[in-house]
Design a protein around this ligand. Structure first.
Ligand SMILES: C[S@@+](CC[C@H](N)C(=O)[O-])C[C@H]1O[C@@H](n2cnc3c(N)ncnc32)[C@H](O)[C@@H]1O
Ligand code: SF4
Length: 386
């Protein structure tokens, strides 16, 4: 079976934040040191280079991520969208999404007029004490003000919350989640707090000054997230993402989970293009630091590129695809894309442990298995050295 041609997404990384949050390990830099004009010029040139490299393609989603892309000037957002449209063409109904920090709510009207139609808002928590502990610079009132403004201005709104925070019990989380569901957004991204290496939270944890909930309490919070959201009509469609309907789901994130093609512009942005059927999949990662990226674009070497062999491609597709909780991973499609399949022993073990179930050619995590998605994917990756 020959796979359908891949859809193409564009990721735009705006790396600046007003303040760096103590839990965050994204590729971020303080906005005080920003060079926004030089970065925008480099991103536009980078996009031109991508068009020369890929040839004619149509873009199905554009996602402004970060960092804090709500700090971008609306004219810069519009310039990127116009350039993408003139080089590639934006498909009818192309999703145009942007991640926003509530602190930037006064800029939302400008961002909407620049062409953004979907906003995901980093509300993170609904009470002041938790927001302070997360090192956020917005308070609960600003979070709600930003949400109201987003709901008035954008066709689609998603809310980000972080749970399994210090001092949070499963009961606290249930109450907060029910309040958040009452706001009526069509989409919520609910992330369990992870203590990332190299962050201020990791240093705090090491010196005994941070006490996140136990693994058992965090697992309880994950399970109740699934049931409370499903009951409220926002079931998960991915491990941490919940939507009211298919239309509310993120088109752009689905491209990643389904292993379609995407190109990234901006410091540290990743790209994946092509596949087994088109002579191999290429991965690219842009220079991390904004200055290095700007110089790299001028010199024509902003991206480090690698050819992924079928084994690397299978590994990525397994890790990403198994996260789709409704439709799971299509093994026929996996084979068509990579010429390979999952490890038969791992498949048997994961099925026997009731972590996955088979639905025709699809492998779907069971409700119990959802908490162990990475473990399941690892077990399904064949031992290529054996
Ligand atoms: C780029 S940020 C969203 C926009 C903006 N920068 C903000 O924070 O408001 C993407 C999301 O990742 C989540 N996130 C970042 N680091 C995390 C961590 N260590 N654990 C859990 N969630 C995290 C937060 O919920 C955040 O909203
Ligand atoms: S969580 Fe958002 S605002 Fe905070 S540092 Fe990370 S990207 Fe910036």
């Amino acid at each position: 079976m020959s796979p359908a041609p891949a859809r193409l997404g564009l990721y735009v990384h705006w790396p600046y934040c007003a303040r760096i949050c103590p839990y965050c390990d994204f590729n971020v830099y303080k906005a005080a040191h920003a060079q926004p004009e030089a970065l925008l010029a480099a991103m536009l040139d980078d996009l031109t280079h991508w068009r020369e490299r890929l040839g004619p393609r149509t873009i199905h989603s554009v996602h402004f991520g970060g960092g804090t892309p709500s700090l971008m000037e609306p004219a810069a957002i519009a310039a990127i969208l116009e350039h993408a449209d003139s080089l590639f063409g934006l498909a009818p109904g192309c999703e145009i999404g942007l991640e926003a920090n509530p602190m930037e709510h006064k800029r939302f009207a400008g961002i909407a007029s620049a062409g953004v139609e979907r906003m995901s808002l980093g509300v993170q928590a609904l009470d002041d004490a938790s927001l302070t502990r997360l090192g956020r610079d917005h308070d609960a009132r600003t979070g709600l003000q930003a949400l109201e403004s987003a709901q008035n201005l954008f066709k689609r709104v998603s809310l980000d919350l972080i749970y399994a925070r210090e001092h949070q019990t499963p009961d606290d989380w249930r109450t907060e989640l029910e309040t958040a569901l009452g706001f009526g957004t069509g989409h919520m991204s609910l992330y369990q707090l992870t203590i990332e290496p190299g962050t201020a939270f990791e240093r705090k944890l090491k010196r005994g000054a941070l006490a996140p909930p136990t693994d058992d309490a965090a697992a309880d919070m994950y399970a109740l997230t699934q049931s409370v959201c499903a009951e409220a009509g926002l079931p998960s469609y991915e491990i941490s993402n919940h939507a009211r309907s298919r239309r509310d789901q993120s088109v752009h994130n689905r491209l990643y989970w389904e292993g379609e093609d995407w190109i990234g512009i901006g410091p540290g942005a990743h790209s994946r293009t092509g596949g087994f059927d088109t002579g191999g999949r290429e991965g690219a990662a842009a220079q991390l630091r904004p200055e290095a990226y700007i110089k790299g674009v001028a010199a024509g070497d902003a991206h480090e590129r690698e050819q992924l062999d079928a084994e690397a491609e299978l590994t990525e597709r397994l890790l990403m695809g198994i996260r789709l909780t409704e439709e799971g991973l299509d093994l026929d499609r996996l084979f068509a894309r990579t010429g390979l399949g999952p490890d038969p022993g791992g498949l048997e073990r994961m099925t026997a442990q009731t972590l996955i179930t088979h639905m025709g050619s699809r492998l779907v995590l069971t409700e119990y298995g959802r908490a162990f998605a990475d473990h399941v994917a690892e077990a399904l990756i064949p031992d290529f050295d054996a």
